[in-house]
Design a protein around this ligand. Structure first.
Ligand SMILES: O=P(O)(O)OC[C@H]1O[C@H](OP(=O)(O)OP(=O)(O)O)[C@H](O)[C@@H]1O
Ligand SMILES: NC(=O)CC[C@H](N)C(=O)O
Ligand code: SF4
Ligand SMILES: [Mg+2]
Length: 506
């Protein structure tokens, strides 16, 4: 996941973009960037780290301008080198910068086309740089001195024709405006809203509605699959469907883990989805073990709290915060590298002994991906004196790689890949392991938007919505995984990658 935001306002947008990024920080902790447009020039600051570490007062002062875009990154393609921090920039046409959440599945083919037919240069391994160059090429092809809204939308149509995979995008065309668009399956989220001021209406696009709430923007709606929203620098609003065939099939994992619970995504309250997930888990407990002996339900903070609470309420079992989280450690799942993730779980969570001692404890998490978290916490619960340790996951077993913007690209890293539930139970050391059924999970999010035809849930069932992901593709991913780990090592050792190409504020 990454977080993206774009604002076209009547006064400086630097502080609002910074605030939006802090609200979206849970979507990416690896790098952050902001680009603003001032007197036709683009000001940029980006780098590795959390938002609060990347932007200092001197950067903020230089990020002047009343329109801009911003990004927090969690890498899914290429390395976590600062050279791949977003937004990306191309000089021609007009000067475009772009921020992307998602992952292209045909990035390798497109790179070839860009070099060989479109005469464009790519400076990194990032699929987002590919996407930007495709957009730029499609706009340049139109050959206009001044791009109209129609031209922008035509270029987005060109992107839809050439790009496959998941993409929610905000892009800024220097001097002209900000465009936001979503792939034809709406896999990754994007909402827009507005705010009235005495100087006129201001517009904002963001990955999640919470960013709009925080800045006093009113949510207008989701960008629909294939749709694009274009706001000119002086505040004219345009919206158009740019894809020929669309299908509203958002990623279900947003509702399980990624999104903040106070977000409304595709018209669905993430909070309500998680409440229902807990209720369904409770019903499954009652089906499997009507005479269960659970003494206490303990959530694994943060993302499972809501489901654990509703599960406890339905079962009539005590809910206790038996694990305390160190709030200064980020999300372990989105940390690059397994050794960093492993170390963080122990530093991050600590057990309160009296909630475990002599009790049959049901630990609840939103999902089990690599198994890093649950394995260590089960051990912690036993060390704290639990009699029996049960484990429930609000999502079904994650058995397949995600190729649309979540970093789980290698099947062999997934604890459930090729294992039965019983084998996973033994592996993680639980006395009972309960997984949500996929149909139940989907039902929990189904209410809310009648336009949603289905959810993208390939990580659970291997059915990839874009239709271009087969076993050969997945095998290649697995093979590339080792190479990219190596590249990441080189990059962090300083491989001379270029980041200071254009007006970089450092
Ligand atoms: O099986 P694993 O590979 O360990 O991944 C799953 C875990 O990772 C996430 O937590 P994370 O610490 O990222 O964030 P959270 O504090 O928001 O729950 C998720 O909530 C699970 O706890
Ligand atoms: N998580 C994301 O959305 C990643 C965006 C892009 N594919 C990158 O690797 O930077
Ligand atoms: S193009 Fe618009 S946003 Fe950029 S500097 Fe000119 S007036 Fe400001
Ligand atoms: Mg967690």
């Amino acid at each position: 996941m990454c977080g993206i935001a774009g604002i076209v306002a009547k006064s400086n947008v630097n502080q609002d973009l910074y605030d939006a990024l802090t609200v979206l920080q849970h979507r990416g902790q690896d790098a952050a960037g902001i680009v603003t447009c001032q007197d036709g020039r683009l000001n940029q600051r980006k780098g590795n780290g959390l938002v609060r570490d990347v932007f200092h007062t001197r950067h903020m002062q230089r990020l002047q301008g009343h329109m801009g875009i911003a990004h927090v990154r969690y890498p899914t393609a290429g390395s976590s080198s600062p050279a791949l921090a977003q937004p990306f920039y191309v000089n021609s046409p007009y000067g475009i910068s772009l921020a992307h959440n998602g992952n292209l599945t045909n990035s390798a083919e497109l790179s070839q086309e860009l070099f060989q037919s479109d005469l464009r240069h790519l400076n990194t391994e990032s699929d987002s740089e590919v996407l930007l160059n495709i957009f730029a090429h499609e706009l340049q092809r139109l050959g206009k001195l001044v791009p109209s809204a129609d031209d922008i939308f035509e270029a987005v149509s060109g992107v839809h024709k050439r790009c496959r995979g998941g993409y929610a995008v905000v892009a800024m065309i220097a001097n002209y405006g900000v465009v936001g668009f979503r792939d034809p399956n709406a896999i990754r989220p994007l909402v827009y809203g507005k705010r009235e001021t005495p100087a006129g209406t201001e517009y904002m696009l963001a990955s999640e509605s919470v960013a709009l709430d925080a800045l006093g923007y009113t949510l207008v709606g989701d960008v629909a699959p294939g749709e694009a929203v274009y706001i000119t620098h002086d505040g004219e609003f345009h919206i158009r469907q740019c894809a020929e065939k669309v299908n509203w099939a958002p990623c279900i994992f947003e509702h399980v883990y990624f999104a903040r619970p106070d977000s409304i995504m595709d018209g669905i309250s993430v909070y309500k989805s998680r409440l229902r997930q807990g209720e369904r888990l409770a019903e499954k407990v009652l089906r499997e073990r009507p005479d269960h002996d659970i003494d206490v339900i303990v959530p694994i903070p943060d993302s499972s709290r809501i489901a654990a609470q509703s599960m406890a309420a339905v079962l009539g079992v005590k809910f206790r915060e038996g694990l305390v989280k160190n709030r200064y450690i980020g999300r372990t799942f989105i940390m690059p590298g397994q050794s960093a993730r492993k170390k963080s779980v122990k530093q991050k969570l600590n057990a309160i002994g009296l909630e475990f001692k002599g009790k049959n404890v049901m630990l609840v998490d939103d999902s089990i991906v690599r198994g890093t978290t649950c394995e260590q916490i089960i051990e912690m619960a036993r060390d704290a004196g639990a009699r029996k340790v049960y484990f429930a996951s609000a999502a079904p077993p994650v058995r397949f790689p995600n190729v649309y913007g979540i970093d789980m690209p290698s099947a062999t890293e997934l604890i459930a890949h090729g294992r039965s539930v019983e084998e996973i139970r033994t592996e993680i050391g639980a006395d009972w392991l309960l997984y949500q059924d996929l149909d139940d999970l989907l039902d929990c999010s189904a209410e809310g938007n009648p336009n949603i035809s289905r959810f993208e849930c390939a990580v659970f069932n291997g059915d990839y919505i874009t239709g271009d992901v087969d076993q050969a593709y997945l095998d290649q991913l697995e093979a590339d995984r080792n190479d990219s780990n190596q590249a990441a090592k080189n990059a962090s050792a300083g491989d001379g990658a270029l980041i200071g190409l254009h007006n970089d504020v450092s």
